[in-house]
Structures are given as C-alpha cells and as structure tokens.
Design a binder for this molecule. Structure first.
Ligand code: TYC
Length: 102
C-alpha cells in the first residue's frame, strides 16, 4: 500500500524578535503640604524601603522636586501609583505619584 510522503519542514534558527518588557520608574513629587513623616511612611509601606533610605529619598524629593521610589514592570508600577495616591487621599494629603519609562 502506498504511504503518504512526509513533508519535511526544516526549522531554521531565527533571531528572537521579542524585546524584554519595558521598566517604569515610580516617582514621588514634592508639594508644600504633605508632612515629611507621611512621605517616609509611604516609602516604607508601599516600596519596602527602610527608615534611613526612605528619609533620604523624601529629602531629595523635598529639595529637588522629584525622586524615584522604585523601578517595576508597567502593571506593578501602575498599581503602586494608584495605591500611593489612594492612601494619600484617604489621609487628605495632596501627595502626587507618577510613573515614567526608564
Ligand atoms: N515639602 C513637604 C513639606 O515640607 C514634604 C514632602 C516631601 C512632600 C516629599 C511631598 O513627595 C514629597 N512638608
């Protein structure tokens, strides 16, 4: 009985086209009203930063206007931004947080 000839498919190696997913910096912005201790609390609570480093970052934001809290994939960065803004609102502070591709 005749058998169907197998079609041979040669798989050539191809260069990977996928780029690693982009990373985003989460940034805190300075304002004149949010207490310094509250900003330090935010850095500890949402970014896992210790007291000393959180104080350094807060002072950098206070003097320079902006500072980096951490670097994350898009969805995680977006969630952190929302968490910080919600938490600040709950405590009636105008603290602003944003993200930018790094
Ligand atoms: N500038 C604020 C103050 O003098 C402190 C502050 C620091 C606010 C960092 C926001 O992201 C901020 N109380």
């Amino acid at each position: 009985m005749a058998t169907k000839k197998e079609s041979s498919t040669l798989l050539e190696p191809v260069a990977a086209k996928v780029k690693p997913p982009p990373l985003f910096k989460v940034l805190l912005l300075n304002d004149d009203y949010t207490p310094m201790e509250f900003v330090v609390l935010v850095l500890k609570k949402f970014f896992g930063i210790d007291q000393e480093r959180a104080t350094q970052i807060m002072l950098k934001v206070h003097t320079e206007g902006v500072g980096v809290c951490g670097v994350y994939p898009r969805d995680i960065a977006h969630t952190k931004v929302e968490q910080v803004i919600d938490f600040a609102r709950q405590h009636q502070h105008p603290l602003q947080c944003t993200m930018e591709e790094s």
